[in-house]
Design a protein around this ligand. Sequence first.
Ligand code: NAP
Length: 332
Amino acid sequence: MQSRYFTINDHPQGTPARELFELHETELPALSNGEVRVRNTWLSVDPYMRGRMSGVTTYIDPFELNAPLEGAAVGEIIESLDPAFPVGTKVRHMAGWRDIAQLPGNQLEPLPYFDVPDQAYLGVLGMPGMTAWTGLNRIAEMQQGDNVLVSGAAGAVGSLAVQLAKAKGGNVVGIAGSQEKLDWLESKGVKAVSYKDKNAAQLTEALNEVCPEGFDVYYENVGGICLEAALNSLKVGARIAVCGMIARYNEDTPSAGPSNIAMILIRRARMQGFIVFDHWAHYPQFIETIGPQVASGEIDYEETIEEGLERTPDAFLKLFEGANRGKMLVKL
Ligand SMILES: NC(=O)c1ccc[n+]([C@@H]2O[C@H](COP(=O)([O-])OP(=O)(O)OC[C@H]3O[C@@H](n4cnc5c(N)ncnc54)[C@H](OP(=O)(O)O)[C@@H]3O)[C@@H](O)[C@H]2O)c1
């Protein structure tokens, strides 16, 4: 059986070019005992993959050049030499960026069984959803009545973070980059602020207009002027959950940190980075809480879908253009 997969041929500096990605086809070896073949139906592309392309070990190993790229995927087992995973089982695993995956059964998770489409387990009920829940509850320790600011607020992580913060009784403000995203946020009862065409002082002013008393919690997805404006807008004792800083991921020379970092001291704030995988032991608690709310429609989720394996790099690159609302996915 043939498998088609993507590789990268270099460690990019700055914004990756489309030519970085190469599509290959290979004949898969015979299945060994304990292995399965999965026909992937949905692939996830995520901002953290940019870090893995840089050739540097961070909290995770870099992608190897000219080797199949990895990422979350869901699919259906089409051949199996693992009795725990019979043919027809729907699974989630990390052998994405390809159409047919061959891997040991011990690297698979069966899909949980809420009444949601399979691809929800890559977004709202997958790693991004778990990240939103972890950052808000376990890192920022958000409390009822808190003023909560979320950057990247209409993306995969941000769109759940704002809804969870609303549901917990927060007064929630979201920063996003397009009118469509701002409208979606407003439809969820979130005060929406654009960061486009603003400097940090102008964004600070816009935040001050919608929330003059300042923020108890800042859920950080972006960095750059969003962080600088947020630091200007903290209440005393604020908590900042540093989830990501996507504005920096394509920088070819590192920019200086925010000039007003002393606001952490002045506001006696706590700023803590986190990586969701360190909190994965809490995934069962997350899915048992949030799964039914997604299935019932109480929690909404958006998807932006590219069709066909060939479009996977395009879907990935679009994350850095703000082209996605909610989770960016590839449908095979
Ligand atoms: N700590 C963890 O364990 C963990 C886990 C998952 C994700 N993350 C982080 O969480 C953040 C969100 O991830 P996601 O998967 O939910 O992605 P996402 O928000 O669905 O997609 C990326 C969004 O970021 C915004 N963006 C892109 N480039 C930007 C720039 N230069 N300046 C400002 N905004 C920019 C765009 O929205 P606009 O149109 O609003 O600009 C874009 O749609 C990322 O920083 C990611 O690295 C961290």
